[in-house]
Design a protein around this ligand. Structure first.
Ligand SMILES: *Cc1c(COP(=O)(O)O)cnc(C)c1O
Length: 349
């Protein structure tokens, strides 16, 4: 049986969290002399002189209204990267516990585990880029705390079979973290609707991709209220700055515009996929549920370097497990995609 108490590190269970001025006084007042801010203001806008809301209530309300997720199930991090680090610091004992990743996948799960001195076990994806459940099962032991599943996966672009993820959720007593950074571009449904059903589920999403707000640094973790409470106790008190909170609320009012961009990007992805497939030096264009394409190319490194001479930067993944001779190409604007295709045609010709 999953037991969050057993999963949580002792030092975190016993922690007295930092209590900020904003925590200690929550009522109505007009004179705030409790946080050593500059009461006179700032050279920028007036509201930058005050510390931001440590729990981002208004922003979470706006997220609830768009995504239909209860506020108590929402945690916000300074990018998903902060959520990843916090999950390690809350649930994994350095030098003792282990986690499992399924490469090729997002690099931060491994880097962040190394920073936290957590052992990394690897169950590479199979040739079809799906989970190797048998290998996963063999790697799990009593100290396995987290299994990372990225769906749609970066850099392969495919969604992981829903049924396989549920298999993990049903049989693994640690956390299954489903990173849905690219979910808005996918055919597959989000796992957030299963939060009630699985106390060991954590879903990560981000404002960095479909929402077009990579510079704001805003990541979301959705999980049980108990998990969210633990993350809140450990995070730095003011981890989401005021500008990001205000701007994200504004962006959430424009969900229609974001949905239009998503449709446009998906349409261009399909069109580009067709064009790439027709090029003589392209060996395979993998199906994508994300805003990028993984393309297997003859002499990938040479093509990468040729594109650089044209001022076009793509991601060379040719040295990554299962991605031999592959480039990962983000869908650009119509104009950028045309420049890319023209450059490739010129090279092939
Ligand atoms: C881009 C990306 C993220 C986003 O990270 P942020 O810190 O929120 O910008 C998370 N996971 C994956 C798999 C990604 O590709």
């Amino acid at each position: 049986m999953f037991n969050l108490n057993n999963l949580t590190r002792n030092n975190i269970k016993n922690l007295t969290p930092y209590s900020s001025a904003r925590d200690e006084f929550k009522g109505e007042a007009s004179v705030f002399l409790d946080a050593n801010e500059n009461s006179l203001g700032s050279p920028l806008m007036k509201w930058f002189n005050r510390y931001p809301d440590p729990y981002q209530w208004k922003l979470k309300e706006a997220i609830r209204n768009v995504k239909g997720i209860n506020i108590q199930n929402i945690f916000l991090g300074n990018g998903s990267d902060e959520c990843i680090d916090l999950l390690y610091r809350c649930f994994c004992n350095p030098g003792k516990d282990n986690i499992i990743i399924c490469p090729p996948t997002y690099g931060m799960y491994e880097v962040s585990a190394n920073i936290n001195d957590i052992e990394i076990r690897k169950a590479p994806l199979m040739d079809d880029f799906q989970l190797d459940l048998i290998h996963l099962e063999h790697l799990i032991d009593a100290n396995t705390k987290i299994i990372w599943v990225c769906s749609p996966n970066n850099p392969t672009g495919n969604s992981i079979n829903h049924h396989d993820i549920e298999m993990l959720l049903n049989n693994f007593n640690g956390l299954v973290v489903v990173d849905e950074a690219y979910i808005n571009f996918a055919r597959q449904k989000s796992f957030v609707s299963l939060l009630e059903e699985y106390p060991n589920l954590v879903v990560l999403q981000t404002f960095s991709k479909a929402w077009g707000l990579a510079a704001l640094r805003l990541g979301m973790a959705f999980a049980s209220a108990d998990i969210i409470t633990i993350l809140n106790n450990v995070k730095p008190p003011y981890n989401i700055n005021q500008a990001s909170q205000e701007l994200a609320i504004k962006a959430l009012e424009e969900v229609g515009q974001v949905n239009d961009m998503i449709k446009e990007i998906v349409a261009m992805r399909e069109a580009l996929s067709q064009v790439f497939s027709s090029l003589p030096f392209v060996e395979k264009v993998y199906p994508s549920d994300a805003n990028f394409l993984l393309v297997k190319i003859k002499e990938a490194r040479k093509v990468y370097e040729y594109l650089l001479t044209k001022g076009i930067v793509v991601r060379d993944r040719s040295n990554v497990t299962l991605c031999d001779s592959c480039l990962r190409i983000t869908i650009g604007t119509e104009k950028e995609n045309t420049l890319l295709v023209d450059a490739l045609l010129e090279m092939g010709g």
